[in-house]
Design a protein around this ligand. Structure first.
Ligand SMILES: Cc1cc2nc3c(=O)[nH]c(=O)nc-3n(C[C@H](O)[C@H](O)[C@H](O)COP(=O)(O)OP(=O)(O)OC[C@H]3O[C@@H](n4cnc5c(N)ncnc54)[C@H](O)[C@@H]3O)c2cc1C
Length: 409
């Protein structure tokens, strides 16, 4: 089989991969190839919540204005502590910089499509499974071996290949660990006058369960439930009918009847069950996140539990940082010499503390919200409610900055 060449190869066409490809295009790098093993844009999980940090990144990528009109902002939120029945207001990060985006729940497919639509045709190559990576004796190139036996030589390789990243493995990062919890997600649809929940997000926490309902629009509600993992529950992966039954039983006595109604209104094709995984934060701090001209982004770099809804949001931030750093290296000397290696090292330095912080905060938030002991309950209900729910989580309002404007002349 022959060997081809691309300036930049991105492994994985999920949120991180497509956003990175678009960031590179916007800083003037055109020879980008995205290799995606699926046969089309893959959107496991049907919807996701995007916080202000994600909207700023989407703004820098020039796609926020395409998505925002389709998805009304969440205006209010509340969290009900199951043990005490107390309901507290949930702080919804707002529109601090006046860009009008706030927090919105979007269809995953729409997000991927909006990013893909901005890329030159033939940037994404579907059905392309990356099997392994090698460095060449001339260390300014990496060689990517594909499942069909062919190979691609590149000056820059970015692994955006998700939680089981082959690129992260090649870099020597430890495999992600199981968080000991499972997450079910689904999308409930309402015809006629819609779901009538308005633009309010609801959470229910305690007794080892954490559930949430987030309006996508007037007719669709995205919902999730996380709980302790057991071998019997793991067996249910891929069996939506049984997943629905299990969730209905778990929540029947504890959650409001609205939750049962939502589960009933959920299209089984949108229902997924996943084991939650995370990368140990110290792996990001103490290990090399780059080697030569190879780096990772998104879940490939920082898989985290979904408790703060930040995995996808921070993948979008990564794209902006990669765009800025690689754009500079490209403009300076067309990726020659050691410029790629230096720019990727700078990217890793800029991202590792934030990513490690998000992994830790997400894990801690999920752990404390799902635990039952009296001490944990006391701390959660009396103290953390003030920190997490009332004052909001500042990190969701992070500003990744802009991409440099590149003249086309
Ligand atoms: C229950 C749950 C709820 C969540 N809720 C939110 C939320 O509300 N907000 C939020 O921001 N985040 C949320 N997340 C996290 C978010 O889903 C992920 O962080 C995000 O999808 C990561 O994007 P990615 O592109 O890095 O990885 P992925 O979406 O996993 O994409 C990786 C891509 O790489 C491809 N690929 C993998 N291996 C190869 C290979 N060898 N060769 C070629 N292609 C390959 C895959 O097919 C895939 O398309 C949630 C996660 C879970 C589990």
């Amino acid at each position: 089989m022959g060997e081809e060449f691309a300036d930049v190869v991105i492994v994985g066409g999920g949120i991180a991969g497509l956003a990175t490809a678009l960031a590179l295009k916007r800083v003037g790098i055109n020879g980008v190839l995205v290799l995606e093993k699926a046969d089309e844009l893959r959107a496991t999980g049907s919807a996701l919540t995007l916080f202000p940090n994600a909207w700023r990144a989407l703004n820098a990528l020039g796609v926020a204005h395409k998505l925002a009109p389709l998805y009304p902002p969440i205006q209010r939120g509340s969290v009900t502590l199951i043990s005490s029945g107390v309901t507290l207001p949930l702080s919804v990060p707002g529109d601090n910089d006046g860009n009008g985006m706030g927090v919105r729940c979007v269809h995953r497919k729409a997000l991927l499509q909006a990013l893909a639509d901005e890329l030159p045709s033939r940037t994404i190559r579907f059905g392309c499974h990356v099997a392994s990576i090698e460095t060449l004796s001339d260390s300014s190139f990496a060689l990517i071996r594909l499942g069909d036996g062919s190979s691609i030589k590149t000056k820059v390789l970015i692994g955006c290949d998700g939680v089981n990243s082959v690129v992260a493995q090649w870099l020597g990062l430890s495999a992600p660990v199981l968080a000991g919890r499972l997450a079910v997600r689904g999308l409930a649809s309402y015809g006629g006058h819609g779901h009538k929940l308005g633009h309010e997000a609801l959470q229910f926490v305690g007794d080892g369960l954490k559930g949430g309902i987030v309006p996508v629009n007037d007719h669709e509600l995205y919902w999730f439930l996380t709980y302790k993992s057991t071998p019997q529950e793991v067996e249910l992966v891929g069996q939506p009918e049984l997943i629905r039954k299990s969730v209905a039983e778990k929540t029947a006595e504890k959650f409001p009847t609205k939750f049962s109604e939502i589960i009933r209104n959920t299209d089984l094709s949108t229902l997924t069950l996943a084991q939650l995984k995370l990368r140990c934060p110290w792996d990001l701090i103490f290990r090399d996140l780059t080697r030569g001209n190879v780096a990772v982004a998104g879940d490939g770099m920082h898989p985290m539990t979904p408790d703060l809804g930040q995995g996808g949001c921070s993948a979008l931030e990564d794209a902006i940082f990669l765009g800025r750093n690689l754009g500079e290296a490209f403009q300076r000397n067309n990726f020659d010499g050691s410029s790629v290696e230096e720019s990727l090292k700078k990217y890793a330095r800029e991202r590792k503390w934030r990513a490690a912080g998000l992994i830790s905060a997400s894990y801690f938030s999920g752990w404390i919200q799902g635990h039952n002991g009296w001490f944990v309950q006391l701390v959660r209900d009396k103290l953390l409610s003030k920190i997490f729910y009332s004052r909001g989580v500042r990190s969701l309002d992070y500003d990744c900055g802009e991409l440099p404007v590149v003249s086309s002349g």
